[in-house]
Every structure is written in C-alpha cells, then in structure tokens.
Design a protein around this ligand. Structure first.
Ligand SMILES: [Zn+2]
Length: 137
C-alpha cells in the first residue's frame, strides 16, 4: 500500500468517525479537534472519552464501530494497518476501501467464516481465539 492509498483510507475513517460522533451528539468542537490534530493528540482527549461514554450508554453498535475506527487510525499512525492479523500478509486496498476497519485479508475472512459456520466443534490447525470474532466484520 502506498502513502496516497493510506491517506485515502485515513480520510474514509475520519469521515465515518465524524458521522458517528454527529449521530450521537458530540459537539462541533470535539469533531474539529479530531480533524485538526494528529492522532497522538486526540486519542487521549478527555472530551472524546465523554463522547465514548455517551456512546456506550446509547448506541453500543455505533460505539463498537467507533472503537474499531479509533483502533484503525492508531494502526495507521503507528504500525500494522492493512496487515492481516491471521496470516500477516497485506490486506488489499480494494478490501480496505470497502471496509477500512478490516483486520483480516479476504482469504482469512472467508476461512474464519467457514469455521464459524462449522460450529464450535471444529478445531483447525491454527484455531483463532474466540475474542477475535467479537470485532469481526
Ligand atoms: Zn490473511
């Protein structure tokens, strides 16, 4: 993935983040500060914590999505964005463009879905811990 693609995905994430925050009534100041500073500045913001708490109470699905967006943005700032957590290969840009918070490449996603369908009796050679499914798209 090149820098231009990474920038596009970062913008997609921030756009979606703003949508969610608007939906749950975060103030315009909060949103502006998210867009202005770099991730290191806003990740720990108290006002953002408040917004998250409100989210947790109101819309747990949105809160989950927002948390995934935060995680993805942190991965962009630090390391690991666009790398499949299962096979450590690069996730395709096309997939990330469709699902910027994706943590698995399409092959692994399909594999995991198959395993899920087979039920809990199935034990593959590299069985994935159950908590991985929680944030699975
Ligand atoms: Zn993979």
């Amino acid at each position: 993935m090149n820098k231009k693609q990474l920038k596009i995905l970062r913008e997609l994430l921030i756009e979606r983040q703003e949508e969610i925050l608007t939906q749950v009534g975060a103030s315009t100041d909060d949103i502006n500060s998210l867009q202005g500073g770099n991730a290191a500045d806003w990740v720990d913001r108290v006002s953002l914590d408040d917004a998250m708490n409100n989210l947790m109470n109101k819309e747990s699905d949105l809160a989950r999505e927002l948390e995934r967006i935060f995680e993805a943005l942190q991965r962009i700032e630090k390391t690991g964005f666009g790398i499949c957590e299962e096979c450590n290969k690069e996730v395709s840009f096309e997939r990330l463009e469709a699902v910027p918070t994706a943590r698995f490449c399409i092959d692994c996603k399909n594999l995991i879905e198959k395993r899920q369908k087979r039920g809990s009796n199935f034990r593959g050679p590299s069985s994935i811990p159950s908590e991985v499914f929680e944030w699975f798209d």
